[in-house]
Design a protein around this ligand. Structure first.
Ligand SMILES: NC(=O)c1ccc[n+]([C@@H]2O[C@H](COP(=O)([O-])OP(=O)(O)OC[C@H]3O[C@@H](n4cnc5c(N)ncnc54)[C@H](OP(=O)(O)O)[C@@H]3O)[C@@H](O)[C@H]2O)c1
Length: 216
């Protein structure tokens, strides 16, 4: 599977996660479109990344990009995707949203009516090819120019084999990263929820922990 030259749009690309992914994909030579609710904020984020990244409103990004990553907070997730159903039809839509709550004990997984954020995306976007991936990668690490190799596997989940193969290949363009198939979309909840455990690990060990799958 080759992903050479495919353009990548990022909804909510002005945030830490979106900018981090945008930076790595732009460095790997992909055309990158940063999306935002504000064209000016998108442009500012694109300028901060450089490497040819462009900025536009989310709807423009959803229309123009070959593949679209959703990197908005869980709060705004469903409404944003509902508003872009037409623009995202027929596309691979990669959801990296972790529905988490935070209290005095730290992070914890929130229940999601559809089962997971990724299944919510699939329910809202019946004509898109929804894939879940990039939940565990740290935005801090993605943005750090001192990190040449990002040391983790990206678990890729979905019901469309060609789409998960594409996203595995895309994950692997980031030096050090391997995209590993992690099951059907119905198994996305625990992958999203595992982020709460990683946040606990990060706090205890002052780390940016990732996951590696053995014997694959
Ligand atoms: N940060 C990480 O290390 C990390 C790692 C893995 C996964 N994730 C997941 O990636 C997603 C983004 O994380 P983040 O830390 O980058 O979040 P963030 O900075 O809070 O938000 C990202 C962007 O989403 C847009 N946004 C905020 N509220 C919105 C709403 N109600 N509707 C539409 N757009 C909205 C904003 O862009 P505009 O105001 O410019 O529109 C914002 O810059 C989250 O779901 C998170 O669980 C994060």
């Amino acid at each position: 599977m080759t992903v050479n030259g495919i353009s990548i749009g990022i909804l909510g690309g002005t945030g830490d996660q979106g900018k981090g992914l945008a930076r790595r994909f732009a460095l790997a030579g992909h055309p990158v479109l940063i999306g935002s609710r504000s064209e000016a904020r998108a442009q500012e984020a694109a300028d901060s990344i450089g490497s040819g990244a462009r900025g536009a409103e989310n709807a423009v990004v959803a229309t123009e990009a070959d593949l679209v990553i959703v990197a908005v907070p869980y709060d705004g997730h469903k409404a944003l995707l509902e508003s872009l159903r037409t623009e995202l039809a027929g596309k691979i839509v990669v959801d990296c949203v972790n529905p988490l709550g935070f209290d005095k004990q730290g992070a914890y997984a929130l229940p999601v009516e559809e089962g997971s954020a990724a299944q919510q995306a699939a329910a809202v976007l019946p004509d898109s090819r929804v894939v879940a991936a990039f939940h565990h990668v740290s935005a801090v690490v993605l943005m750090d120019p001192a990190v040449d190799k990002v040391d983790l596997d990206v678990l890729v989940l979905g019901d469309d084999r060609e789409a998960t193969d594409t996203v595995q290949a895309l994950a692997s363009v980031i030096p050090g990263v391997r995209g590993v198939y992690g099951g059907r979309l119905r198994n996305a909840f625990q992958v999203e929820a595992l982020t709460a455990n990683l946040i606990s690990i990060n706090r205890r060990y002052k780390a940016h922990a990732g996951v590696r799958v053995t014997d694959v």
